[in-house]
Design a protein around this ligand. Structure first.
Ligand code: FES
Length: 160
């Protein structure tokens, strides 16, 4: 009987020890996960970015969101968000305001305000990010890159 009690006590402490170990491993695992999971700050590339209010952008304007890596283009019919990365070999494509053109400095691909290829080796128009307008706020999802073969009016997010 005494041996049985000792065994039960030993089993009990074994269970307590195992439970403590599991709890400790859980804590360590959660801590490590927080360590390796990047904390994405607001406006970071790869997140849904709040770009601003609809009336902050004039028709014909091109606004650069450097941290978020896109241009927000305000057309008469609505908005396009274009990835700054050249569809040729990935250089950053600057908007040249005085020429109203995107001009890639690497191999001279030229793009219209809608991202259509005018000249150079770029194989397709500049890529897009989805744009959503909630109320009067514009949101751009920089986690989703949309490739296209040509400009189509359906790519423009209309202002409602
Ligand atoms: S990377 Fe832009 S034209 Fe080559």
């Amino acid at each position: 009987m005494k041996g049985n009690n000792n065994l039960n006590r030993r089993q009990f402490f074994g269970l307590v020890w195992a439970a403590s170990l599991i709890a400790l491993m859980g804590q360590i695992g959660r801590g490590l996960l927080g360590f390796v999971t990047p904390v994405l700050e607001e406006g970071a590339f790869g997140t849904v970015v709040r770009a601003g209010k609809v009336n902050e952008f004039e028709v014909g304007s091109v606004s650069y969101f450097r941290k978020s890596r896109f241009y927000l283009v305000r057309l008469e019919s609505g908005f396009l968000a274009m990835y700054r990365k050249c569809p040729h070999l990935g250089c950053v494509v600057p908007w040249v305001e005085e020429d109203s053109i995107f001009n890639c400095p690497c191999h001279s691909s030229l793009f219209t305000i809608k991202g259509e290829v005018i000249a150079g080796p770029a194989p397709r128009p500049m890529d897009l990010f989805p744009v959503e307008i909630r109320g009067d706020e514009i949101f751009v999802d920089t986690g989703v890159v949309i490739e296209r073969s040509a400009f189509d009016p359906s790519q423009v997010t209309p202002v409602t």
